[in-house]
Ligand binder design. Structure first.
Ligand code: FES
Ligand SMILES: [Fe+2]
Length: 404
């Protein structure tokens, strides 16, 4: 058995040691072998939301997305097709694309200048033998899926089949006109913690009341008892305008037939006086999609285990918890508004981002403290509360996947 195989066998063994209804054992957040296995067996084999079609409007537009040791370049090629290339040169492996985003006519390796076309095929190289066959050395491609303008990539050539789940989700997200949005702002909040602690934090609102003063003022999700029939039916009546059910659709978890088909949808009311997630409660951007009023609804959507969105009537936020190293994670927040909205006239970055900026700063802090405690010899996994079912659901899919 190689060292690698031994480490993987240990991780699989570890995956069986978790007690149902309890947090994961500490090694899941402190072991380099687990982290390496997480990237290979979980991140590389799940769909990752990397961006929006508006970020690559024309041939030559590209952006890079990195996680763990991996890097992917999303580019619109000359035929106007969006492609995802693995950012590893086929010569001796250098990163090819170094910029975070931009516009280019070719992808040229900074090391020995092998140059690739936007479709990934090798176009020029120097001093190779006469029998060198360019066609054998295209950039590797990642699997790519576009759902209502959202771009997903997966490094596996056998990615989970999301299609049936997305077909069920499509009518619920269609009214938001996601394909016609644009990215108004993105921010990264680096946290010295394992990516799973950052994701788990997002998956429960048990911490919302004690940790998020601003969020809790407006979002009834912080306290199930405050989500009264009166609030729910008021939103349901309002929302009939857009045909959106005020309900929960959860096709993740122990009962899901196919873990790769995970989607989650939940629409719930903000407190009276709040039309959207903003400091004043007033709208901060023009209505999105087909919505005809600022109805005070908040809609949570998850696509696969790694990608979360929250839709208000005027903007949509995307959340990712991107692993860098064992205990370094970027909390990435992306704010999207109507594609034709003009900054300064229709929205300002300050007002648009205020809520999820303060909330993400709170999250950075609590996740950091969480990792510090988990690193202690005294840490023992404690029992999950009734408000942490989202974590239980995540563990189920995660442990199954890494144990395969
Ligand atoms: S590693 Fe890219 S050209 Fe040599
Ligand atoms: Fe939070």
């Amino acid at each position: 058995m190689s060292l690698d195989q031994a480490a993987i066998a240990d991780v699989k063994e570890l995956a069986t040691t978790r007690q149902a209804g309890f947090a994961l054992p500490g090694a899941f957040y402190t072991s380099q072998a687990v982290f390496d296995h997480d990237i290979k067996s979980f991140w590389n084999r799940n769909w990752i939301w990397v961006g929006h079609v508006s970020q690559v409007p024309e041939p030559g537009n590209f952006f890079r997305f990195d996680y763990g040791a991996e890097s992917v370049v999303v580019v619109r090629d000359r035929q106007s097709e969006i492609r995802a290339h693995v950012n590893v040169c086929r010569h001796r492996g250098s990163r090819v694309c170094l910029e975070a985003s931009g516009k280019t006519s070719v992808l040229s390796c900074p090391y020995h200048a092998w140059t690739y076309d936007l479709d990934g095929s090798l176009r020029t190289e120097r001093e190779m033998d006469a029998d060198f066959n360019r066609a054998d050395y295209s950039l590797f491609s990642a699997s790519l899926k576009i759902f209502q303008g959202l771009i997903f990539v997966c490094l596996s050539d056998q990615p989970p089949d999301l299609q049936p789940a997305l077909e069920r989700l499509a009518p619920l997200t269609k009214p938001f006109g996601i394909e016609n949005l644009k990215v108004a702002h993105s921010a990264s909040y680096p946290v010295p913690a394992n990516w799973k602690l950052a994701l788990e934090n997002y998956l429960e609102c048990y911490h919302c009341a004690p940790a998020h003063k601003e969020y809790s003022r407006s979002h009834s999700l912080k306290d199930p008892a405050s989500m009264t029939e009166e609030l729910l039916s008021a939103l349901a009546e309002n929302s009939s305008l857009a045909g959106l059910p005020v309900a929960e659709l959860n096709e993740t978890g122990p009962d899901a037939e196919n873990l790769g088909s995970d989607i989650y949808y939940r629409r719930y009311p903000l407190y009276p006086g709040y039309k959207t997630g903003s400091r004043s409660g007033k709208p901060v951007a023009p209505l999105v999609g087909e919505l005809t009023g600022y109805d005070g609804g908040a809609t949570d959507v998850m696509i696969g285990p790694l990608n979360s969105f929250l839709a208000y009537a005027d903007y949509i936020v995307g959340y990712r918890f991107v692993p860098r190293t064992l205990q370094e994670t970027d909390i990435q927040i992306v704010w999207m508004v109507r594609g034709d909205a003009v900054e300064g006239r229709d929205y300002t970055i300050d007002d648009l981002t205020w809520l999820w900026d303060v909330t993400s700063q709170d999250d950075e802090r609590i996740i950091r403290y969480n990792q510090q405690g988990v690193n202690s010899v005294a840490f023992r996994p404690g029992p999950l509360s009734n408000m942490e079912w989202g974590i239980e659901t995540f563990y189920h899919g995660y442990l199954q996947r890494i144990g395969e």
